[in-house]
Design a binder for this molecule. Structure first.
Ligand SMILES: [Zn+2]
Length: 423
């Protein structure tokens, strides 16, 4: 791939078409062509300007040919932190900040050779001495000529605080516009870094590898309307449901829970109150990224925490189906053409003799609510799938042929939908 850049020190205006990146040039500005070679994993193996060629071997070795001169650099790590380098025969220590930026370079005797400091978005705000390495802001390689930083698979522009190319991973496929694919570290550069150029598997700061999640870490917003308030216990029920769904998605997608959540759901808002569609109690998935609750009914005395969590999970099932073209519901409609498939009858609410309280493969009777959350239009594809999403998330079904059929349907369907949207 050839990439042509113009040298400039002001904020760059970058456009990208396919894999090519070009920048506007002013008349008379010098142009230079960088040629890059990547391996099959997307790692840069060679950079050439025509006069200087650098060969990269992983992150540990560089071989620089500049005319007749050859420079070799080796890097040394403690864990993932780059701590030292050797240029030719000379050893240097690299000291970093909390984001892994190289801020001090010391020689083998501990004398300062170079110092560099960065603004929150990665612009140089102080430089002293003869910097030995291109690894600077958050420990990533910068190209001082074009003023861009290589963040894994993409180039990042510290003057704009944005990537120059969109992320190839699109979280929240049901609502892709909600996510800015050029955004760097969720616009929070003081806290996070992005060495892969994608959202890291463990999330910024490793937060998605934590066992306890917070609303912030999963980019969940709690709002209120109609004078209602969130109780702490009900917010905890939301987070518990989110984490359970995230872990289940992650196990199907071979991702960490947090990355799976961000990939499938992205940013979600949970609103307490102001839900006309809730018919007094319960919840309503208004769209893919907004779930409203009228209330978590106070008369749910027994197993209240369990029922609150399950109500949220049921609503997430609705949101999942909505966000994925209602494909799961379509598949359920197909499955129900098999006369052996347990088909919960549609029934008018409050009809005394319409519903006998059967399990239909669910782990509890409908009027017990714990594992059959839906009541109104209980037999619709939408409500059946939402309840089955609950059973799938926690792996809880009735020990009957009907329960096995529902479980098998969910395993097959969830793999199929996730594989279709996130291959
Ligand atoms: Zn429902």
């Amino acid at each position: 791939m050839d990439v042509i850049f113009a040298q400039r020190n002001d904020p760059a205006v970058s456009t990208s078409v396919g894999s090519e990146v070009s920048q506007e040039t002013e008349p008379g500005e010098e142009k230079v062509t960088y040629q890059y070679t990547y391996n099959g994993d997307g790692a840069m193996m060679m950079e050439s300007t025509g006069t200087v060629t650098t060969i990269y071997i992983g992150g540990i070795y560089e071989y620089v040919v500049s005319g007749a001169e050859v420079i070799t650099r080796s890097y040394y790590y403690a864990g993932s932190q780059r701590v030292a380098m050797r240029e030719g025969g000379e050893l240097f220590y690299l000291l970093g900040d909390h984001l892994g930026s190289t801020s001090l370079t010391l020689d083998a005797s501990g004398n300062k050779v170079a110092e560099q400091r960065f603004s929150p978005w990665g612009m140089s705000r102080y430089a002293w001495g003869n910097e030995k390495t291109d690894y600077g802001f958050t420990g990533q390689r910068s190209n001082g000529y074009i003023n861009l930083i290589k963040m894994g698979v993409r180039w990042y522009d510290p003057a704009l605080g944005r990537f120059t190319q969109p992320d190839s991973i699109v979280p929240g496929a049901g609502n892709p516009m909600a996510y800015d694919r050029y955004m760097y570290t969720f616009s929070n550069p003081l806290r996070y870094s992005d060495p892969s150029g994608h959202i890291p598997e463990c999330g910024p700061d490793g937060m998605w590898c934590d066992d306890v999640i917070t609303a912030d870490e999963y980019f969940i917003t709690f709002t209120t309307a109609g004078g209602e308030e969130w109780e702490a216990a009900n917010q905890a029920a939301v987070l518990e449901a989110v984490y359970a769904v995230a872990k289940k998605l992650g196990s199907y997608m071979e991702k960490t829970a947090g990355l799976a959540w961000m990939t499938v759901f992205g940013f979600m808002t949970f609103q307490m109150g102001g839900c006309d569609e809730c018919n007094g109690t319960g919840g309503f998935a208004a769209n893919f990224d907004l779930i409203k609750f009228a209330s978590f009914p106070a008369d749910w005395r027994e197993d209240r925490a369990l029922r609150a969590r399950n109500l949220v999970t049921h609503e997430l099932g609705h949101a999942f189906s909505q966000g994925h073209g209602r494909k799961p519901e379509t598949a359920l409609g197909e499955a129900q053409k098999n006369p052996l498939f347990p088909n919960r009858p549609n029934f008018p609410e409050n009809t005394p003799d319409g519903w006998t309280g059967g399990r239909y493969g669910y782990a509890s009777e409908q009027n017990v609510l714990t594992w059959q959350m839906s009541s109104a239009q209980a037999g619709t594809l939408s409500e059946e799938f939402a309840d089955m999403f609950l059973g799938w998330t926690f792996g809880v079904w009735d020990a009957s042929d009907a329960g096995v059929m529902r479980s098998n349907f969910m395993i097959t369907t969830m793999f199929d939908v996730l594989n279709t949207y996130y291959p």
